[in-house]
Design a protein around this ligand. Structure first.
Ligand code: MG
Length: 369
């Protein structure tokens, strides 16, 4: 059966790879495209892949013929799809995930913020099997748990250490944008690359894992080669893992085709290509933002919403050259210190906490500039 896929965030790093997979797999068909603002690439994609619906959130001028924008575009892009790939960046992705939940459409989730800020709202949909993770670590765990009858003892997320791992601690505070964006193993978008350097990304992934896999013990281990994409430890003491050269096409293909497969071979690497595999403990002093964000996740309510909003604002300010790398953690810490947490009951409560925390983060950034 042909599966129609909506690609949300089509011009980003995940979106462009997804389009290549959809084209290569005969059981997948592109239904629609949505991007934020990269109109030139969107028009190229529209011409190349001929989707039924093409949409842009921020056209920044006149919207071209055959492209929709404005209110209701998410609904129009999602309507009629069998699977929605949500690769929108940031908490802005939550609304799309909730539409999938309401319509009962399978959600291939690359937007981890949907779970960081709105996990509570997606809980029942996850339990019902509506959410297939695309994040490489979570895809790995999902695969390791699939049809695994033995009880699970713990999950171990692997972390490459990010682009800042070889920068001495004393220089890290003032590391430049170019240094930070130069990720050693994964090619990704700008925000997630900065989040990997602060380990905020890994803290988000701990929160994401808790929503996806329940109250299982979660550890993090640094693995610079990014060959092992996470572990599951079973009650009998044995370990399961998924290995291979880091390529987001692997988890993408799995999520888009799950549970049916007509596979395309993505990589033909073998263990001899991998070299030495190293594992070490996460240095929590070197990555203070990791602790802050994991703690926010444990505290629940709107704490992770505040942490994410602060991080989005701080990372944008760092990428714009307004604040130093070390300031990102300071902004998160100060926003959390002043946050008055509320229960998350619907999208509006998330967006209210998000707005207030962004406002506060922007005020702090202005002071730091
Ligand atoms: Mg990941």
């Amino acid at each position: 059966m042909i599966r129609k896929v909506a690609v949300l965030g089509s011009t980003g790093s995940i979106g462009t790879r997804a389009l290549e997979i959809i084209e290569a797999c005969p059981d997948l068909e592109l239904h629609s495209l949505l991007c934020n603002s990269n109109i030139d690439l969107l028009m190229k994609q529209k011409k190349l892949y001929a989707p039924s619906v093409t949409a842009i959130a921020s056209p920044g001028g006149v919207c071209p013929d055959g492209v929709i924008t404005g209110q209701g575009i998410l609904e129009k892009v999602i309507d009629g799809a069998d699977t929605v790939l949500n690769a929108i960046v940031g908490s802005a992705g939550l609304r799309a995930s909730l539409i999938c939940r309401d319509l009962g459409i399978t959600l291939a989730l690359a937007n981890k913020e949907s779970l960081v800020v709105g996990g509570e709202l997606l809980r029942a949909y996850i339990t019902a099997g509506g959410v297939i993770p695309v994040d490489s670590e979570h895809s790995t765990i999902f695969r390791c748990l699939h049809r695994e009858p033995r009880p699970v003892r713990s999950i171990t997320l692997t972390a490459s250490g990010g682009s800042a791992r070889d920068i001495p601690a004393w220089k890290l505070q003032t590391a430049g944008v170019d240094e930070i964006l130069n990720h050693p193993t994964w090619a990704m978008g700008a925000r997630i690359t900065v989040d990997s350097a602060t380990m905020v990304n890994k803290a988000f992934e701990v929160i994401e894992a808790r929503w996806l896999f329940g109250e299982i013990k979660i550890d993090v281990v640094v693995h610079p080669q990014s060959i092992v994409h996470s572990f599951v430890r079973l009650e009998d003491g044995s370990w399961k893992a998924l290995m291979g050269k880091p390529d987001m096409k692997v988890p993408l293909q799995y999520a888009l085709q799950y549970p049916d497969r007509i596979l395309e071979v993505i990589s033909d690497d073998c263990p001899l290509d991998w070299g030495t595999l190293e594992f070490s403990e996460l240095d929590r002093q070197r990555y203070p933002a990791f602790n802050l964000v994991v703690r926010a996740g444990q505290d629940g309510k709107s704490w992770p919403v505040a942490a994410n909003a602060a991080d989005e604002v701080a990372v944008a300010a760092f990428l714009a050259g307004k604040i130093r790398f070390g300031n990102i953690t300071a902004v998160i810490e100060e926003v959390l210190a002043g946050h008055k947490a509320c229960e998350i009951s619907d999208l509006e409560t998330v967006m209210k906490a998000d707005r207030e925390s962004r406002f506060e983060a922007e005020r702090i950034v202005r002071r730091l500039c």
